[in-house]
Design a protein around this ligand. Structure first.
Ligand SMILES: [Zn+2]
Length: 65
């Protein structure tokens, strides 16, 4: 899924006129400012996904205590 990430705006000038760059996966070029850049998935954050699960931590059917 990381290869499918597509930017909506140029990170340099903010224009939306982006097209895939010939360099390959995750590479894009901006027609407005003539820059080429690359998006890369670095990994998941160590803090994980937050919110919404605390209510199910205690007292569940799988609780070993
Ligand atoms: Zn740009």
């Amino acid at each position: 899924m990381s290869e499918r990430a597509a930017p909506f705006h140029c990170p340099y000038c903010g224009d939306e006129d982006l097209r895939p760059h010939e360099a390959g996966h995750g590479a894009w070029e901006c027609a407005a400012c003539n820059r080429a850049f690359q998006l890369r998935f670095l990994g998941l954050l160590s803090r994980g996904i937050s919110g919404g699960t605390d209510g199910r931590r205690n007292g569940g059917p799988d609780d070993p205590s």
